[in-house]
Design a protein around this ligand. Sequence first.
Ligand SMILES: Cc1cc2nc3c(=O)[nH]c(=O)nc-3n(C[C@H](O)[C@H](O)[C@H](O)COP(=O)(O)OP(=O)(O)OC[C@H]3O[C@@H](n4cnc5c(N)ncnc54)[C@H](O)[C@@H]3O)c2cc1C
Length: 418
Amino acid sequence: MTKTAVVIGSGIVGLCSALRLAQAGWRVRIADPRAPGEGCSAGNPGGVSVSSILPAAAPGVVKKVPGWLLDPEGPLSIRPTYLPRLAPWLVRFLRASSPDRYRQGMENLYALTRTAQGAWIDLLASIGETQTLRRDGHLIVYRSREQFDVETASWQRRQKLGLNIEEIDTDDLAALVPALSAEYRLARKVLDNGWLVDPLAVCRSIAAQLAARGAAFERQAVQDLAVDASGRPRLTVGGREIAADLVVLAAGAWSARLARRVGDKVALQPERGYSVTWDKPGFSVPMPVFSPSEKIMAGPTRGGIRFAGTAEFTGFDSPPNWKRAEALERLGRRMFPGLTKEIAGERWIGLRPSTPDGLPVLGPSRSSDRIIHAFGHGHVGVTTAAVTADIVRALAERASPTIDLAPYDPGRFSSTLG
Ligand SMILES: Cc1cc2nc3c(=O)[nH]c(=O)nc-3n(C[C@H](O)[C@H](O)[C@H](O)COP(=O)(O)OP(=O)(O)OC[C@H]3O[C@@H](n4cnc5c(N)ncnc54)[C@H](O)[C@@H]3O)c2cc1C
């Protein structure tokens, strides 16, 4: 008899997982009050960033935080009244920033991103999408030799892990990205990286394929999750209780409450980011361009050039602080002076599902191996959605995943170190 899987959340992680389950013969139901892809997966620049493996909890970060918080255009913002709620997460974040845990975190992230491009190529090919993944690399740009050198050790570490990087001098940079401000003198090109040209459209294509395969979409939130005496998951959706042979919890930043209902206490916070997209910027960029000093990514998407960045910890319900988007616009115009004030960009916010150690929560629940957690992908949810989906399918089929899942274990937060 065909078994039923319920996927909670139709973000990029839930959709990719649902697709892989449907392709493996599961009858799939997807529950989400939002339309597919309209959570955090919509307005990001779509970077498939194999090199994004540096956990934010880095040694020395504690010294940088005050400066970032005081700078209204800085990359980090915390609402003071939210601090008491954030404190336990912050304590874990600081513990994760020891040199050993940072190095380990980098390796554990790389274990996921290493095969990200291949996993995306396979997944997109399986639904006939061949034009949505570009594989032309990313540029990391610097204003000075000093800024470039500050990052050398970290890039060397990543090269040792297997990443392919080219150094670009001033003339080549100007030729490669003529629209970039001449303030930028040097760059690194990360050859392994790529991007989805329209992440929301990818979500919608996957949803359409799922519907064509008979998957059911329920535009309702899952209100409760439980396990019955035989270990079978039970869900409450729209006031009705339903049973399933398998549940995949992929509700992004909103996953912690449901995980707790089945005994998995996870440290997860919504980390708000902003993007601004100019549909007619008047110039093009050949690949995503990242400026580490401002922590801004400028990505060429199908809808135009998209600037994205900012990490804001303010909880779920605080209204957007559009001053952050204005700061992105100002910094974007500084990077690309061709973006004149007369052209307005389209603003967006998204809640990254962020764990203190920067690793996703990926693996079976402690209460039942029929509940698979697949959330907490933070800054690399687009990058690792297809890899995650392959892991979810392996776990669903009780096969061995291709990587050791111990570092992403949902139970890791129960230890005092987690
Ligand atoms: C500014 C910005 C730039 C970014 N850039 C990149 C990038 O370049 N590369 C990259 O890899 N990542 C990037 N990210 C991160 C990436 O966008 C996220 O990691 C990813 O979208 C998370 O996907 P998700 O499916 O887990 O969550 P979401 O897309 O948020 O989906 C979760 C879904 O769960 C649903 N849900 C919530 N509660 C319930 C419930 N009770 N029942 C049912 N459904 C529920 C929500 O409605 C939502 O649709 C960026 C993020 C931001 C904000």
